[in-house]
Design a protein around this ligand. Structure first.
Ligand code: NAP
Length: 303
């Protein structure tokens, strides 16, 4: 009888990690790590882990013997201070390297979660083969993480995702939870109108990662995103409209205008082209409205 695969989700207490844990526990032996948000996930073995604790990481890897490691660590809010940037570098890139090194003998499949901001936002509809020339702090640490993983693991997959929406796990609020709470309290939300993304529901990413766990494909990059390209402002307006909140609470973020930006407004388009994932992994790309339908169906995330 085939052994049930062991999956280690690093960053299991996060928005993405906990959705993965809840889904994958149905078919696999799942281990998940927590850092500042300690939590129990029924059906999942939880380990506390600080990404810079190499010895503890080594012990965890020996105890769990993972067939697959999913690296879902790191926050998107990176402060301006040098220390904040170092922290982000350690979470998004350094920790992944240490993990790759300590798991070297076992060579698990290493799935690294990257972000559409590895691109410069100049043209949008980015394919996997397009040059990644990040300009944001997040994009820079993500490309560093990608390059480290490519150099260290002979069995890796990199998933570059557009912003994901869905409910958080009750301990760690997702960006959508924060938006919903503000709108619910009647608080005004200001968002950029000039940054475009192919927003996608978290459930689609979870589905895609489930397929990647079972595939024999290795050492490849896949893009994941939705079919609708909108700005952060349009996304929030769309959400407010669909779920019956006051749309007027969502307002364009007032940005500093310079002579140059007045002459040629800066528009950034980070949308991803997911044709490769759709064709290879047979995932279904979704329109924004279809993503909202899924949210409606799964309003409660059970832990
Ligand atoms: N969410 C998206 O829309 C999106 C889109 C594209 C890519 N991604 C990528 O997916 C990954 C997960 O994103 P997310 O939205 O789930 O973020 P999140 O909710 O902030 O979760 C981050 C996870 O990382 C853990 N963590 C942070 N610093 C750590 C450290 N020093 N040591 C150990 N664990 C640490 C957190 O643990 P605690 O909470 O317990 O402290 C949490 O489990 C990130 O790499 C992100 O760039 C996310």
């Amino acid at each position: 009888m085939a052994r049930t695969k062991a999956i280690l989700i690093v960053g299991g207490s996060g928005f993405v990690g906990s959705h993965l844990a809840l889904h994958l526990r149905e078919g696999y032996k799942v281990f998940a790590t927590t850092y500042t948000h300690r939590m129990l996930i029924p059906g999942v073995t939880v380990y506390p882990l600080a990404i810079d604790n190499r010895d503890w990481m080594k012990r965890m890897i020996y105890n769990t013997q993972p067939d697959v490691v999913i690296y879902a660590v790191g926050s998107h809010t990176i402060g301006r201070e040098e220390a904040d940037k170092r922290k982000a570098e350690s979470a998004h890139a350094g920790g992944a390297v240490t993990l790759c090194d300590v798991a070297d003998i076992m060579q698990p499949k290493f799935i690294y979660l990257s972000h559409c901001q590895v691109f410069d936002g100049e043209k949008g509809n980015f394919h996997e083969g397009d040059s990644a020339l990040p300009t944001t702090d997040l994009g820079k640490v993500k490309i560093q993480g990608e390059n480290f993983i490519k150099g260290r693991s002979l069995n890796h997959l990199i998933v570059r995702s557009s912003p994901l929406f869905g409910r958080g796990n009750g301990r760690n609020f997702s960006p959508l939870d924060r938006l919903r709470i503000s709108l619910d309290r009647g608080q005004r939300v200001e968002l950029p109108t000039n940054e475009y993304y192919s927003y996608a529901p978290i459930y689609g990413l979870v589905e895609m990662i489930s397929r990647l766990i079972e595939t024999n494909i290795r050492n490849k990059i896949f893009h994941y995103g939705g079919l609708t390209k909108v700005s952060q402002y349009e996304f929030a307006r769309g959400f407010a409209k669909r779920f019956g909140f006051d749309q007027k609470l969502v307002q364009p973020l007032r940005q500093e205008t310079t002579a140059a930006s007045k002459a040629k407004p800066i528009v950034l388009d980070y949308s991803l082209n997911c044709t490769n994932a759709v064709q290879t992994l047979k995932i279904k790309p979704l329109l924004l409205e279809q993503g909202f339908d899924l949210i409606e169906k799964k309003l409660v995330t059970h832990l």
